[in-house]
Ligand binder design. Structure first.
Ligand SMILES: [Zn+2]
Length: 167
């Protein structure tokens, strides 16, 4: 696996491993590009580290695809008030799908990179990000009604409005 410039895998305070900034990054800066393998919704694959793949050019031809991250970016954690966002596309140089993360605010040296996983309600998982707007689950807050019954007690309902407003 190639070295990631300015980033390093660490033991995360949020969950498991994380990716931390070794230098400061400015808002709008591209933090890292990632390789991945593309899968269809009906394929039998391990989706633990897969992103929803969307490419504006061929969305209609391939509606539901996932990019399984094959490098250190698979360790970037979710946070409810993240400092980065991800996008996906075909890499024009290689013709292969890739992903990249952009800083949504200035990131200090030593800060862990995070983005909003925005899981569908039925895929929600408990969240440990500890952000002030943490709603208790890793889920798209617009999709809260579809959260499985057993996870509903974890939802911090009074924070949903603020969380949506901050998106
Ligand atoms: Zn959270």
């Amino acid at each position: 696996m190639p070295h990631l410039d300015g980033l390093r895998v660490i033991r995360s305070k949020i969950h498991g491993y994380g990716l931390v900034a070794l230098r400061s990054f400015k808002k709008g800066e591209i933090l890292v590009y990632a390789d991945g393998v593309l899968w269809g919704e009906d394929d039998d694959f391990d989706d633990t580290y897969a992103l929803v793949y969307s490419d504006d050019d061929d969305k209609e031809e391939y509606p539901n695809r996932y990019l399984d991250l094959t490098d250190q970016t698979r360790w970037i954690n979710h946070a409810c008030s993240p400092n980065a966002e991800v996008d996906t596309d075909i890499n024009p140089d290689t013709g292969l799908p890739h992903a990249w993360w952009i800083a949504t605010r200035n990131i200090k040296k030593g800060e862990e990179l995070t983005y909003d996983y925005a899981f569908s309600g039925h895929l929600a998982e408990p969240c440990n990000c500890k952000d002030k707007v943490c709603i208790g689950l890793i889920v798209d807050p617009h999709d809260i009604d579809d959260v499985p019954k057993k996870l509903k007690p974890l939802i911090k309902k009074n924070r949903i409005k603020a969380r949506i407003a901050a998106m």
